[in-house]
Write a protein that binds this ligand. Structure first.
Ligand code: 3IO
Length: 339
């Protein structure tokens, strides 16, 4: 009896060993699962576009690909997004280029004060810019899409009606937007968007400089009762994928991702532009927010202070070996083409 059991056990053991060692790889491996990291909370536009992309991918691959989304910096945080994707902590990540300005010199040029009119036009211009220059900063990843915010405006706890009102006031901004605030004499405070609610609450900053959909999505309208219209600059974003994870994808899935790149750029720009309008309607009606339009004479003063910024950027970056003048000319031409 003992012997018989011994034989059976050995038989099962050998059969198992054989199955796992010699069986050919299964033909259908079940869905391909990919982690997608994002840094701000779920209701904000970077996450809304992420959920839209996930839905499209799962539909267009007939369930062959499953995307697991991680909003709110739960998988990778704002400043670590690019390195997190390169290291494979996340397969896919959404990043704001303004948080690492020196790393994305060429694409961050879209955040110069060039008067880009809205998110859709500047998103499409950014996509053209990326494709023309293929910047080294993105060489180690697969770029899945890019887009920008709508133009920035000042949201504040105190009314800012002229340059005097802004002088020395601590306002949060990052990257190119921070340079612009500095030119206007504000005390710019740099930090990623997710840290801004607490900084406003504690009074570390008296306002922020970004696109206006955040008035609703972060409920900033509850604290910032004033918006001063400046309509410049935009913040550029990228969605990037780990290169090994990309290379492992079947060709038909790669095609679905590639076909979505420009479409997602345009979709996000369009969503952003519409959502800014909704956000400001809510802010005015439900939160009593005052929108301050600068007078013509005042606006001219603000614009004069911005004039040297682009010229200086061109000079500095030409010295570093970048075709800086061509980059600026291209952005203007791309924007005109899409307008
Ligand atoms: C932004 C970042 C995260 C969520 C919503 C947002 N709307 C505009 C931005 C731009 C930005 O990154 C910033 O720092 O102002």
């Amino acid at each position: 009896m003992r012997r018989k059991i011994g034989f059976i056990v050995a038989g099962i053991f050998l059969a198992t060993l054989f199955t796992f060692t010699w069986a050919p790889a299964p033909v259908t491996a079940g869905p391909i699962s990919l982690n997608y990291a994002n840094f701000p909370p779920a209701p904000t536009f970077p996450c809304v576009q992420m959920e839209r992309w996930k839905k499209e991918v799962e539909k267009r691959t007939n369930g062959k690909v499953a995307i697991k989304t991680f909003p709110g910096g739960t998988l990778v945080k704002a400043k670590g997004m690019m390195d997190g994707v390169i290291a494979g902590t996340a397969d896919i990540g959404c990043l704001c280029m303004a948080y690492q300005p020196g790393r994305f010199m060429i694409t961050n040029a879209i955040a110069l004060p060039l008067g880009l009119p809205n998110s859709e036009v500047s998103s499409l211009a950014l996509w053209d810019l990326y494709n023309k220059y293929k910047p080294k900063g993105f060489a180690n990843v697969k770029v899945l899409t890019m887009f920008t915010t709508a133009p920035s405006n000042i949201m504040s706890k105190i009314p800012i009606r002229n340059l005097g009102d802004l002088k020395g006031v601590p306002i949060r901004a990052s990257g190119g937007a921070a340079q612009i605030l500095k030119a206007w004499g504000a005390n710019r405070v740099g930090m990623p968007m997710p840290q801004t609610p607490e900084a406003l609450q504690k009074g570390v900053v008296k306002g922020l400089f970004s696109s206006l959909e955040v008035m609703k999505d972060f409920k900033f309208a509850e604290l910032c009762k004033y918006v001063t219209m400046t309509q410049t600059p935009v913040y550029p974003f990228a969605v990037v994928m780990n290169m090994d994870a990309w290379n492992k994808l079947p060709k038909d899935v790669q095609k679905v991702f590639d076909d979505l790149r420009l479409e997602q750029c345009k979709w996000t720009g369009d969503y952003m532009d519409k959502h800014v309008i909704e956000s400001m309607d809510w802010s005015k009606k439900n939160q009593g927010v005052e929108v301050i339009e600068l007078s013509k004479a005042e606006k001219a003063k603000w614009d004069n202070l911005l004039d040297p910024i682009t010229a200086k950027w061109i000079e500095t970056n030409k010295a570093k070996g970048l075709p800086a003048q061509a980059i600026v000319n291209d952005i203007k031409a791309f924007a005109k083409k899409h307008q």
